[in-house]
Write a protein that binds this ligand. Structure first.
Ligand code: TYM
Length: 342
């Protein structure tokens, strides 16, 4: 009997690219949800290193960042005894399933992906890789291999999740019921944390133009506070939630405050800041962010100081994840008509 059947729990899968240092955007949009929901689901969290090579990258840094991201999963509160933590490239089935899914995914579907267009626009046209274009199919493979019911992500992954569902449905239609159709889990607040230096742009771990763009999970308290105190706001005074693009900076700070303070309503938060200035808002947000980062950094340092610990988690994770992935892959190979190896 599979673990899922024994536990009766639905499955969750999600991942982060080791393409930079994790930001509070990654934490608020994704990791915090993973931690909160990990005991309700049978959880799989992977470090998607194969996705990280779809844009130019530094090979000397990739392995290091892969370990850093995995350690941060645990430092943020993922329980490695409960959830399966693994590295995508350790499981060859991801690439193998991606190939098969490529063959059921119309090019027109990939042409619609806005994240590809944005990322491609930042590079020389001739150097944009086929891998970057195909990135969403590999992501579909990540999810479908584990028959995940739920995928907790930030708002920027919504379109990729829709595509994953379309690919799964098409495969099921062509070859018979094979894949669970996954659903995105996207929070209402802080699902798209904006850049502190420019609140019209999503906060991103791969942004390198400005040192005041993002708070990283491993930033020192002083640096994190400085970045928040410098966050771009507007010339107004009112501290209110708002969809007005002019007021995106304040709205962004308020959303971070909402999630981290746990205050029950937006009215209560607005009342809390009544008559106070933006400087006050920033300083309260900084206090909450620092309170959040302190235990994460402490656990991170402990993990770093325990030789072999992380490697053993990743080895066990690869074993558990590999068993499930292999099973799905065999089923898919059979359905498309590949001759089984004797
Ligand atoms: P990545 O590495 O860009 O981001 C990891 C997670 O963090 C969320 N996120 C944000 N949430 C709120 N505000 C932000 N500013 C912000 N920036 C990032 C992302 O939505 C994501 O949940 N394609 C994925 C990685 C991936 C994946 C998967 C995710 C590969 N395979 C399978 C889920 C399932 C990505 O690039 O995430």
């Amino acid at each position: 009997m599979t673990k899922e059947k024994m536990s009766g729990k639905q499955r969750v899968l999600s991942g982060v690219q080791p393409s930079g240092s994790l930001t509070i955007g990654n934490y608020l949009g994704a990791l915090r949800q993973w931690v909160e929901e990990q005991y309700r689901y049978e959880s799989y969290f992977c470090v998607v290193d194969m996705h990280a090579i779809t844009v130019p990258h530094d090979p000397a840094q990739l392995a290091e960042k892969t370990r850093e991201v995995a350690a941060l999963y645990i430092a943020c509160g993922i329980d490695p005894d409960e959830a399966t933590i693994f590295v995508q490239s350790h499981i060859p089935a991801h690439a193998e399933l991606a190939w098969i899914l490529n063959c059921v995914t119309p090019v027109g579907w990939l042409n619609r992906m806005t994240q590809f267009k944005e990322k491609a626009a930042r590079q020389q046209q001739e150097s944009v890789s086929t891998g970057l274009f195909d990135y969403p199919v590999l992501m579909a493979a990540d999810i479908l291999l584990y028959q995940a019911h739920r995928v907790p992500v930030g708002d920027d992954q919504r379109q990729h999740l829709e595509l994953t569902r379309d690919i799964a449905q098409r495969f099921n239609h062509l070859y018979g019921q094979t894949f669970v159709i996954p659903e995105a889990m996207i929070r209402g607040t802080a699902a798209r944390v904006m850049g502190l230096d420019d609140p019209t742009k999503k906060m991103s771990k791969s942004e390198t133009d400005s040192q005041y763009h993002a708070v990283y999970l491993l930033d020192s308290p002083d640096l994190a506070r400085k970045k928040i105190m410098r966050a771009k706001t507007d010339s107004g005074k009112d501290i209110r939630f708002s969809d007005d693009p002019e007021r995106a900076g304040v709205n962004n700070l308020l959303q971070i405050f909402e999630v981290l303070s746990g205050m029950e309503s937006r009215e209560a938060i607005e009342a809390h800041f009544e008559g106070k200035g933006y400087g006050h808002l920033k300083s309260e947000v900084a206090d909450l962010v620092l309170e959040t980062l302190a235990p994460i950094q402490e656990r991170y340092r402990k993990i770093q100081n325990e030789p072999g610990y992380l490697d053993s988690i990743l080895a066990r994770g690869a074993e558990r994840a590999g068993a499930i992935a292999e099973k799905t892959l065999r089923e898919v190979q059979k359905r498309v008509g590949f001759l089984p190896r004797q």
